[in-house]
Design a protein around this ligand. Structure first.
Ligand code: HEM
Length: 376
């Protein structure tokens, strides 16, 4: 679907902007920008509580704060937002750059690398584990991979359960450790201070928040970095333009988010009988907000299927829309920008080593370059 998404999305938007499918127990799909915008912003008519991911992650627990509704939802965000606000994230830039530089330095002399394994995955992993105050551990990636992609690639429920148990077991240990030795400044310690309308967070809320922060910070960001670097590999004109004018990296990141939206879509559930774009939707029915299609809607973005390095198109909904909009968007943007800057700084000329794997898979990104042309 993602490979030919431009055509498929266009057919949906013009032919049947809100359509029903029987897949995964049945749900509606909203594909136009204006409908995604309307549903995403109206948390009274459309709840997240029954679960935003379709198909669900399969470990039987809510993904907090994404799967929460008022009164808990705004309280969870109240605690998290200051840590991810623009000023706080700007203060992380030196760290992110250090990490990215170290990763690029490791491959610079080789002349070839799989960028997905050497830069796109480890950068967000090093960062989110640092923010949570936990040691980097390759097992995380295996667990989160199983949880995110196992939903759609036929992984058995037992394997998914085992991955969730592994991750929750690890996080329980971390929470217990923070309770024994309070006073640290990491995100897990922060969650221990949370309250919902005056009552402290329960243990299960703390664990569900930790769990989601870890997976939200890893896979989507790795996907976004990979799609952006792959774009630079297959579009040497855009790469040359960014090298000539480094300020263009902001537009590069926004266009990449818009066209290669890492999160294709998320669900809401109607709280009462309602209507979207003339289509009746019954209470309890689910609506998938197709962010990937909204971001290619020509009603909002002229020439919507093209990559415009001269435009920012800041209204895209790659980070969602409304009260659940991504808490980590500033950080994700920073990681994507710095990954590009640090790669181009040392390895300005590179190309794919084989056939184009496309932007749409979370798989290898093999590139080659001349080690003689590497900058010091
Ligand atoms: C390119 C990378 C990323 C993309 C494309 C992305 C996308 C999204 C989207 C579409 C949502 C909306 C959920 C909804 O409407 O139900 C969301 C929510 C969220 N994201 Fe991200 N995200 C990214 C990176 C991050 C990072 C780095 C973090 C934190 C470290 C993060 C933390 C969150 C949290 C906590 C929520 C839940 C917000 C809420 O429900 O109130 N994300 N993200």
């Amino acid at each position: 679907m993602r490979a030919r998404c431009a055509e498929a999305y266009a057919e949906l938007r013009t032919g049947c902007p809100v359509f029903h499918t029987e897949a995964w127990g049945g749900f509606w799909v909203a594909s136009r920008y204006e409908d995604v915008y309307e549903v995403g912003r109206d948390v009274a008519r459309f709840a997240s509580g029954p679960g935003a991911m379709l198909p669900p992650v399969g470990h039987g627990r809510p993904l907090l704060p994404m799967d929460a509704d008022p009164p808990e939802h705004p309280e969870y965000r109240r605690l998290l937002l200051p840590r991810f606000a623009p000023a706080a994230v700007a203060g992380m830039e030196a760290d992110v750059r250090d990490l990215a530089r170290g990763l690029v330095d490791e491959i610079a002399g080789r002349g070839e690398a799989d960028l997905y394994e050497t830069l796109c995955k480890p950068l967000p992993m090093l960062l989110i584990t640092r923010l949570l105050g936990i040691e980097r551990d390759e097992t995380f990636w295996a667990w989160t991979d199983t949880l995110i992609y196992g939903r759609v690639d036929g992984t058995s429920p037992e394997e998914i359960r085992a991955a969730a148990d592994g991750l929750y077991g690890f996080l329980e240990g971390q929470v217990a450790d923070r309770r024994r030795r309070p006073g640290r400044d990491d995100l897990i310690s922060l969650l221990l201070q949370g309250d919902v309308e005056g009552r402290p967070y329960r243990e299960d809320e703390i664990l569900d928040l930790c769990f989601f922060l870890l997976i939200a910070g890893l896979e989507n960001t790795a996907f976004g970095i990979r799609a952006t670097l792959r774009h630079l590999a297959v579009e040497p004109g855009d790469r040359a333009a960014v090298l000539a004018d480094p300020g263009l990296v902001h537009n590069l990141v926004e266009q990449s988010l818009r066209l290669y939206s890492p999160v294709t879509g998320l669900c809401r559930t109607a709280t009462s009988d309602t209507v979207v774009a003339g289509q009746s939707i019954a209470a309890g029915e689910r609506v998938l907000l197709l962010f990937g299609s909204a971001n290619r809607d020509p009603a909002v973005f002229p020439d919507a299927d093209e990559f415009h390095l001269d435009r920012r198109d800041g209204r895209h909904v790659a980070f969602g829309i409304g009260p659940h909009r991504c808490v980590g968007s500033n950080l994700a943007r920073l990681e994507m920008r710095v990954a590009v800057e640090e790669l181009l700084r040392r390895i300005p000329q590179f190309q794919l080593s084989g056939a184009d794997p496309g932007w749409y898979d979370a798989t290898r990104l093999d590139i080659v370059w001349d080690p003689e042309e590497v900058a010091r």
